[in-house]
Design a protein around this ligand. Structure first.
Ligand code: NAD
Length: 361
């Protein structure tokens, strides 16, 4: 069985779906790897490093299995042969047309977003690995944009109080943001509508902001708030946010537009020179003023909604993603390196988003 590693074509995408150190691991499972020239260049991984690990350089699109980061373009789908197994972030909720095109082309597609988030599949959880990178980078970017220090400093020229950082949404990205802000010396506070995360927030040395609104949904995720709850949440948050120099927002509800947590009034109430760093830009943003992919200054506050933050730290983002992809791929092949798609396995069945018909085995 051959595994193809392609060069990502999405603008700004610097990650690669397989790193050299996993090429030899796949070889022990009887899988040979074909790497497109330059596929790892964005993550500073040279073609020679892949070759030294045992890969061949060549045309990856004709391989039996193609691994990717971003969903393929229509042109890329055209390069795949029928029956190819494709693994990547295929955006099954946001891009049903893309999934239909894969189905039509006879591709057996596995979406990393659709891997069930159960304990057994944790090593394949690419949403978590990439959210950790995003949460970390969000805080570094916010620190860079803020007009003050993060840590408390006692110097001969005077004492500087620590920056106050509020993180809205304490899932994987939010918890990493809290941990990172703490390491930089900020005074940290976390907020979420899932009360069970209070303990996790506190374990990171942060305070938990309790606004008395609970919204636990299915599968451990938050549910969408009712109109009334949303108004109440915005009112209470607007009041709370005036005390913070930095607000990092990470709140998402699966399959929905991101909730608006930071209103223009809240931004107006923040100290001048403050920063709102909105991680939910790709889903519409958590701040009323966010413009996805841009930084704006409003009422003296920088509102920043960067896109694809993991691509800004491509070495570790690729390494973790490649590990997630390899774990999933190993579930799809026998120890002899033959493809065996066992749809009675909930992870295989859950992750498969196209081409299941005709591949039952
Ligand atoms: P996410 O990215 O979907 O959302 C981020 C956070 O935003 C969540 O904590 C959510 O509660 C919060 N949120 C949504 N709406 C909000 C609102 N109106 N106000 C405030 N906060 C709001 O979540 P995620 O980081 O992908 O993970 C969330 C859940 O998945 C957690 O329960 C986590 O433990 C679970 N999880 C399980 C596994 C596993 O078992 N393999 C792995 C990762 C995550």
């Amino acid at each position: 069985l051959t595994v193809g590693v392609v060069t990502e074509s999405r603008p700004g995408e610097s990650r690669v779906a397989l790193v050299p150190k996993l090429v030899s691991r796949l070889a022990t499972r009887g899988l040979s790897t074909i790497v497109e020239r330059g596929a790892g260049a964005g993550a500073q991984l040279a073609d020679e490093a892949y070759v030294e690990a045992g890969a061949e350089l060549g045309d990856p699109w004709q391989a039996d299995v193609v691994v990717k980061v971003a969903a393929p373009t229509a042109e890329e789908i055209g390069k795949l042969k029928r029956g190819t197994v494709l693994i990547g972030f295929l955006d099954p909720r946001g891009d049903p047309d893309g999934i239909a095109a894969l189905e039509q082309a006879g591709i057996r597609a596995f979406a990393m977003e659709a891997v069930p988030r159960i304990s057994r599949a944790q090593a394949m959880d690419a949403l978590s690995s990439q959210s950790s990178v995003a949460g970390y980078r969000a805080v570094l970017l916010a620190a860079e944009k803020l007009n003050r220090f993060f840590p408390m400093l006692t110097t001969a020229a005077g004492t500087v109080p620590p920056a106050k950082v509020l993180v809205l949404g304490a899932g994987v990205a939010g918890l990493q943001a809290l941990a990172t802000a703490k390491r930089l010396g900020a005074q940290t506070t976390g907020y979420d509508v899932r009360p069970e995360v209070g303990e996790q927030v506190r374990s990171l040395g942060a305070q938990f902001l309790d606004l008395g609104i609970e919204a636990v949904g299915e599968g451990g995720y938050a549910r969408e708030l009712t109109e009334e709850e949303r108004a109440e949440q915005q009112r209470r948050l607007t009041e709370a946010i005036t005390k913070f120099d930095v607000v990092v927002t990470t709140a998402l509800v699966p399959g929905r537009k991101a909730p608006t947590l930071v209103t223009e009034d809240a931004v107006r109430g923040m100290p001048a020179g403050g920063v709102v760093l909105d991680l939910a830009g790709e889903s519409g943003g958590n701040c009323e003023l966010s413009r996805p992919g841009e930084d704006i200054v409003a009422h003296g506050v920088t509102v920043s909604a960067p896109l694809n933050l993991p691509a800004g730290m491509p070495a570790h983002a690729s390494e973790l993603y490649a590990r997630n992809v390899t774990e999933l791929l190993e579930l799809l092949v026998t120890t002899e390196g033959e493809l065996r798609l066992d749809f009675s396995d909930e992870v295989v069945a859950g992750a498969c988003v196209a081409g299941r018909e005709g591949s039952e085995s």
